[in-house]
Design a protein around this ligand. Structure first.
Ligand code: 5GP
Ligand code: MN
Length: 340
């Protein structure tokens, strides 16, 4: 962060702080938010963590989870509470997203807030709405950026095992278990520091990756055996999941996470896509290898974005039309998909 002295000054006396992350938060979104919240509470601030939707059960172990306000379409109460918290905040942190439309129903409250805004994020093409920014696309995770910010503030000693486990979870998952191309020496250095401060890698990995329900595992089996389509001429794999199919496996929020990576695990595949039906829209998850930018694909055609090799988007309309739109686009990307 450039203006770190002013930032330290801002947090030098107790403040009302709201931390907001993106719709359907993943481990990096929630882990960075709860890790930061734990730290700010230790500094004597009053902190509220807000998510614009529910999130997967496999994140509920994170310390501070029981105090999260999760906005829900089913009942207005959390939404009202969240908007109140944003309205009265002196300082508003936005974590792991930088296009405000990713805050869904909280977007207007964030735009209208008089709070000093702080952005901590690593996504491409951010909106510039914050007075303080800890932003770079070279960071693999927002959790890592939170760690580096705390370090830059000179307060690493305040990180305890609860905070360290939350941050470690974000770093672990956004690097795909330290396997993706965003895993650099810096990621291992941050991981090492977090372990030194009390993070427990095997415990976090077990809690995040290996607490499947039988239904989720069976959904994975169904997708791999029945729904995976490979298009060798485009070096592409895709899978679709309709609402009835998801229902058949009692699917919960988060059960589709990671499915898209199986497509990319096939030899020769450069682009993998998962399309699944939500109540109001079709959700796209894109993954790629090398220089094929799924950020551009998602941004240009599916109202989304993200990173060069991992992005997401949406489509309003039936699943069949979403798939047709995607398949019709492939020939325009054929050269890029065929390049080494
Ligand atoms: P996932 O496929 O795991 O949902 O998301 C992959 C990456 O793309 C994450 O960094 C996520 O934040 C981002 N992403 C997912 N969906 C959207 C979207 O609808 N809009 C934008 N801008 N980014 C998205
Ligand atoms: Mn992230």
């Amino acid at each position: 962060m450039e203006n770190i002295q002013a930032f330290n000054q801002l947090l030098s006396s107790p403040k009302d702080i709201a931390i907001v992350t993106h719709f359907k938060p993943d481990a990096d979104a929630l882990g960075s938010s709860l890790g930061l919240a734990g730290f700010l509470k230790k500094k004597g601030h009053r902190v509220t963590v807000i998510t614009p939707s529910d999130y997967p059960e496999f994140l509920s172990w994170m310390p501070g989870n029981d105090q999260v306000i999760a906005v829900s379409k089913d009942t207005p109460e959390p939404g009202n509470k969240a908007k109140n918290a944003i309205g009265k905040a002196d300082v508003l942190f936005c974590l792991d997203f930088s296009n405000l439309n990713r805050a869904e129903d909280l977007q207007a409250a964030i735009r209208g807030s008089q709070a000093t805004k702080v952005l901590i994020d690593h996504h491409l093409e951010p909106e510039r709405f914050a007075s303080f920014e800890q932003w770079t696309t070279s960071a693999a995770s927002t959790a890592g950026l939170v760690f580096q910010l705390i370090d830059q503030m000179g307060e690493k000693h305040l990180i305890d095992s609860n905070i360290a486990n939350c941050l470690y979870a974000g770093l672990m998952t956004d690097t795909g278990g330290f396997r993706h191309s965003n895993t650099t020496q810096t990621e291992f250095l941050i991981a090492s520091e977090l372990v030194g401060l009390g993070a427990n890698p095997s415990k976090v990995a077990k809690l995040v990756y290996d607490t499947n329900s039988i239904e989720r595992l069976k959904l994975t089996g169904f997708v791999l055996s029945q729904k995976l389509v490979v298009l060798p001429e485009f070096h592409t794999a895709y899978m679709t999941l309709s609402l009835p199919e998801l229902k058949q496996f009692g699917s919960q929020t988060g059960d589709t996470e990671g499915l898209v990576n199986y497509g990319l695990s096939i030899r020769g595949i450069k682009l993998s896509v998962l399309l699944y039906e939500r109540k109001e829209e079709i959700k796209f998850s894109f993954r790629s290898l090398g220089d094929f930018s799924v950020n551009e694909l998602a941004r240009k055609h599916f109202e989304g974005g993200g990173h060069m090799n991992a992005s997401g988007g949406t489509f309003k309309g039936p699943l069949s039309e979403a798939l047709k739109k995607f398949l019709d686009l492939l020939p325009t990307y054929q050269a890029a998909l065929n390049s080494k």
